[in-house]
Ligand binder design. Sequence first.
Ligand code: ATP
Length: 261
Amino acid sequence: MSGHEKLSSSSCIKNGNPGCNHQDGSSRPLLEVRHLGYSYGETPALADINFTVHRHQITAIVGADGAGKTTLLKILGGLARKISGEIIFEGEAINTKPAWEVVQRGVVYVPEGMRVFPQMSVRENLEVGAYCNRSGMADRLEQVFQIFPELVDRTHFQAGLLSGGQQRMVTLGRGLMSGPVLLLLDEPFMGLSPKLVNRFCNSFRDLARSGITLLISGQHIRRVLKIAERAYILENGRITRSGVGVDLIEDQHLQDILFIS
Ligand code: ATP
């Protein structure tokens, strides 16, 4: 176990993180990342990454430009292989599984800046999200409309004609249509107004309450940390700090490296 994981568990107890006391009685994390490393050719991007994600929580990965957030989320989503280390999801290693199987198991990656299919209707865009997992599609469509009621009256609209915020709802809805157990959201607030960021923060809390676990990366550090029960700071491809999200906002080191004071 790395020094970082020791730090994680002690801060978990100290801060009374609810992830340490699960309602289902299991203390096993939903996702365990062990000694993960990755290089682009000869250039290392991630080294000895160790962290856990607990069920029904919002976990955050924050860091500056180029810290490795996108690379990490892509790997978890099955989109980059040849890693070192292990990724354990629901007790099983998934790092050797093909991307389609990772999605089928419920690990769903929503990339930064994901676009709608502009010529297709809202409903068609959402249905595309269910291509790997069609059973229960009607229920999931219902869930998307509960989370984003703005889309209900627009199901037959051409998605490319929606506002930017509504298009983001469609792309997130597309992720939900895959039936995620763990939703990986890369920079979900990028380009949104402060009002819409608030709106999406509330939606993410609703999703977590509904039973979906979220791992969010982003440069909107304060926003992301405020909603995260647990957070990790990524610096030059390494995790250097962890703790409860709101506590990390006050962390002097984070303020120094990200200028968020
Ligand atoms: P940003 O928020 O700017 O996207 P990030 O934290 O998501 O940053 P990554 O995009 O994962 O960081 O990049 C991590 C490192 O890997 C950076 O040094 C980046 O230049 C490098 N990198 C990313 N993609 C590639 C690639 N396809 N080929 C080579 N190097 C890459």
